[in-house]
Ligand binder design. Structure first.
Ligand code: SF4
Ligand code: FES
Length: 210
């Protein structure tokens, strides 16, 4: 039984008004992230027996407005996603040919470990800096901006670096606590992305270094 199964059972047998969110039920959509035993997790991918606790506590994700019970609004998360200019801005909008990415390019090497975010919001909930400073862009938005900056087809790298360099809400707010990396259900090393951006801001040529 997953935590999500348990919630459905509780809804069926105890309280039909219980509010929670889910969609795919197989760990792909990110909709069911919630605080389970004080750690942000996907309810559909968390087996009750693996928690190894007598009582399982389920709460809404921190740092988000509550819609109902454990259902939260991800509006703050997506607001930061937009502020970090996460959308792709093509270098050559009118190109008639496919862009080629060299197999030894840094983008090609790093993208498989950085691109599979399912926008569950768990990293933002785990980040104590996001909790203290609502302006902070947060790990997922920074990671997505990092991917775009690495992408040789994208034209807005310099604009994004300026945003990430901002004192109040950029990468310098990160205290390298690794909380985001620890909870990401896709295993994305978000702290590494943030550190790479910091290094690149100090030494621009290091952006593509290991
Ligand atoms: S980076 Fe990981 S934890 Fe953060 S929103 Fe994406 S999938 Fe969720
Ligand atoms: S319901 Fe889609 S990830 Fe859990």
């Amino acid at each position: 039984m997953s935590v999500l199964d348990a919630l459905f059972q509780a809804q069926r047998e105890m309280d039909g008004s219980l509010g929670f969110r889910c969609a795919c039920r197989v760990g792909m959509c990110g909709t069911c992230a919630m605080y389970v035993n004080k750690i942000p997790r996907l309810a559909c991918s968390t087996l009750v027996k693996n928690l190894k606790t007598e009582i399982v506590t389920v709460e809404p994700l921190p740092h988000y407005p509550i819609i109902k019970d454990v259902a939260v609004s991800l509006a703050p998360f997506f607001a930061q996603w937009r502020r970090a200019q996460s959308a792709f801005r093509p270098r050559n909008r009118d190109s008639q040919t496919l862009a080629l990415i060299g197999k030894h390019s840094r983008f090609r090497q790093l993208a498989p470990t950085k691109r599979d975010c399912i926008t569950c919001g768990a990293c933002y909930a785990a980040c104590s800096i996001a909790g203290m400073n609502a302006e902070y862009l947060g790990p997922a938005a920074i990671n997505r901006a990092f991917l775009r900056i690495l992408d040789p087809r994208d034209a807005a790298g310099a604009d994004r670096l300026k945003i990430l360099d901002r004192n109040l809400d950029g990468v310098w707010r990160c205290h390298t606590q690794f909380s985001c990396t620890a909870v990401c259900p896709r295993g994305i090393d978000l702290t590494d992305s943030i550190l790479r951006i910091k290094r690149a801001l100090i030494q621009p040529r290091r952006l593509l270094a290991v």
